[in-house]
Design a binder for this molecule. Structure first.
Ligand code: SAM
Length: 234
C-alpha cells in the first residue's frame, strides 16, 4: 500500500499538500484508494476522498498500531569526511532497521558541526523517504552531533566495530532479551588507538565483521542488518 506524509489534519480528514502531493500524482493514486498516511508521529489507514491541485483529502479509517522491532539500535556513526556518504548511511540503516542515528565526531571524522547541522534537514528528508519506501513503523531518528569521548555504554549491549582489534564476532553475542544496542562505527580512516581504548574501557565490546575490511558505510549497514537478523523476532 502506498504511504505518504500528510501536512494537515482537520477533524477526520488528513491532507497532503506541496511537494508530497506531486508524489500522489506521480503514483497515479485514484479516489477511493486506501493509503497509509503519516502525521505527527502516527500512522493512519485512509481512503482518498478528493484530489485537486491544492491537496489530496483523505478520510481516516483507523490509526495503525505501530510495533517497533527490537532491539532498538542506536548507531553512533563517526561522520565520513566525504559528508554526502552520510546520505547513503541514513537511507541504508533506515532500511535495515536502525532506530536512531547519532552523527559522531571523532579524531578522523568530518569536523564541521555547522555544516553538519545544515545537512540535518536533508538527512531527515532522506529518513522520511526511506520510511515511506521500506514501511518501517517510524522514521529513523537522527540525533544531534555528539563527540565520541561523550559516548556512554548505557544500552543493554554496547558494541564497537573495530576492523583490527575486534576479537569477537556478532554471532558470539547472546542477543536474547536485548532491547537496546549501541553500535559505534568509525570514519574512513578508522579510530585512533586512544579512541578504541577509551571506548573499550567504557564498556563497548570490540567486534570484527568477517572477513574483510569494509568501508565505513558498508560496516554500518552490515552491522545493523546482522544485529537485527540475529535477534529473535517477538
Ligand atoms: N584502516 C582503517 C582502520 O584503521 O580501522 C579502516 C577503517 S574502516 C574503512 C572504517 C570503519 O568501519 C572502522 O573504523 C570500523 O568501525 C568499521 N569496519 C570496517 N571493516 C570492519 C570489519 N571487518 N570489522 C569491524 N569493523 C569494521
Amino acid at each position: 500500500m502506498d504511504r505518504f506524509i500528510a501536512t494537515k489534519k482537520i477533524g477526520n480528514v488528513l491532507i497532503i499538500e506541496g511537494e508530497e502531493l506531486q508524489h500522489v500524482f506521480a503514483k497515479r493514486v485514484k479516489v477511493g484508494q486506501e493509503l497509509e498516511l503519516f502525521f505527527e508521529d502516527n500512522l493512519y489507514l485512509c481512503s482518498l476522498e478528493k484530489l485537486t491541485q491544492k491537496g489530496a483529502f483523505c478520510i481516516v479509517i483507523k490509526e495503525i498500531e505501530l510495533t517497533v522491532p527490537l532491539p532498538l539500535i542506536t548507531l553512533y556513526q563517526c561522520v565520513p569526511v566525504e559528508l554526502r556518504t552520510m546520505d547513503f548511511i541514513v537511507e541504508k540503516v533506515s532500511e535495515v532497521g536502525a532506530y536512531r542515528l547519532v552523527p559522531t565526531l571523532s579524531k578522523r571524522s568530518f569536523q564541521n558541526i555547522t555544516a553538519m547541522n545544515k545537512r540535518m534537514e536533508r538527512w531527515n528528508r532522506v529518513a522520511l523517504s526511506a520510511f515511506k519506501q521500506c514501511k518501517r513503523p517510524k522514521p529513523l531518528e537522527i540525533g544531534y552531533p555528539t563527540k565520541l569521548e561523550e559516548l556512554k555504554a548505557d544500552a543493554d549491549l554496547n558494541l564497537l566495530l573495530d576492523s583490527f582489534g575486534g576479537e569477537k564476532s556478532l554471532k558470539d553475542l547472546n542477543l536474547n532479551g536485548v532491547k537496546t544496542v549501541s553500535l559505534v562505527v568509525g570514519p574512513e580512516g578508522g579510530f585512533t588507538r586512544q579512541e578504541s581504548e577509551l571506548l573499550r574501557k567504557r564498556g563497548f565490546i570490540p567486534i570484527k565483521l568477517y572477513p574483510y575490511i569494509l568501508r565505513s558505510e558498508t560496516a554500518a549497514l552490515l552491522g545493523v542488518g546482522l544485529i537485527m537478523n540475529l535477534s529473535t523476532p517477538p
